[in-house]
Design a protein around this ligand. Structure first.
Ligand SMILES: [Zn+2]
Ligand SMILES: [Zn+2]
Length: 301
């Protein structure tokens, strides 16, 4: 049982989701050695805040110190002393229990299922894009990657009414996007020389970085949602010459993510591929590493 400090809640994990970051961690990303897992739903069993006890919650993964220079400018996600659930300095969600600061917790609306709510964290990461740049309805946007995160990003970008081109790799990805009213193309269907105002890289494939640059107009914006365990080879001069704006983007706001799941404007259910028990955790991981069709979920109870 993890130990709870004052201001933290003890949460019994109901569900957790395996994401690409977890797989990168098994390959050495962040040199992390604790329990991984950062996408979850659970029930608060112990807390100093009585309003949280018994509530079904999900949680933001960055736990700030509250006093450093970044915390003082309200950038707790970049706190110099932070721990990050299942990624850095704090055991994660592939366990029976986890501990998070109360301020990180969000109560899940009753009508939302555990399976849907487990997508709050990755969906929040998708909302970080529209939270940090103003994509106008007149903008042309290229999204590279229509996997689990990519298909959430596509649905968030669609809300801006921009002219969206999604580059998918597999038929099941384009089928799901079609269900969401979003057309997608395969890489060879984007005309040579076609340029966009924005490119979003969420494929996790290093070669996509240069592909994005190739299709970005001068002074365009490249938003990076992928992390790579290894360093990638990049033509930096192309960024300089074309005065490309490069935006690194990770965790985002939970409130709009929970709202979009609640009102059904973002669909996630078809993105679940398989559900395992916690005892079958290794099998679940193997499945995710081999390339599951959708999100692999671990259900504890
Ligand atoms: Zn993740
Ligand atoms: Zn701090």
């Amino acid at each position: 049982m993890p130990e709870r400090k004052p201001g933290e809640s003890l949460i019994k994990v109901i569900l957790s989701g395996i994401c690409r970051t977890d797989i990168e961690i098994t390959r050495g990303y962040m040199n992390y050695t604790g329990i991984p897992g950062h996408e979850f739903t659970g029930v608060v069993e112990e807390s100093d805040n009585s309003e949280l006890i018994g509530k079904r919650v999900t949680g933001e993964i960055n736990c700030p110190c509250g006093i450093c220079a970044m915390c003082r400018i309200n950038q707790g996600k970049h706190c110099f002393n932070r721990t990050t659930l299942g990624i850095f300095g704090r055991n994660g969600a592939f366990a029976e229990y986890l501990v998070l600061p109360d301020e990180c917790l969000h109560i899940i609306p009753e009508h939302l299922s555990d399976e849907e709510a487990v997508f709050t964290e990755p969906l929040a990461a998708a909302f970080e894009i529209t939270d940090s740049v103003h994509i106008k309805p007149t903008d042309e946007v290229l999204l590279i990657g229509a996997g689990k995160l990519g298909s959430l990003i596509a649905q968030v970008l669609k809300k801006t009414s921009c002219k969206l081109t999604v580059m998918a790799k597999h038929k099941n990805q384009s089928d799901f996007l079609k269900e969401c009213g979003i057309d997608s193309v395969y890489p060879d269907q984007i005309p040579h020389g076609k340029i966009f105002d924005y490119a979003v890289e969420s494929s996790g494939v290093p070669a996509s970085f240069n592909l994005a640059i190739e299709h970005l107009r001068p002074r365009g914006t490249l938003i990076m949602k992928s992390t790579y365990h290894n360093n990638i080879k990049v033509n930096i001069s192309a960024l300089v010459v074309n005065e490309v704006r490069l935006i690194g983007s990770r965790c985002g706001p939970f409130a709009p993510a929970l709202r979009a799941l609640s009102d059904g404007s973002v669909k996630v259910k078809p993105l679940i591929s398989d559900v395992y028990t916690l005892d079958e955790g290794l099998k679940a991981f193997e499945h995710a590493v081999k390339g599951a069709k959708g999100k692999v979920i671990i259900r504890n109870c």
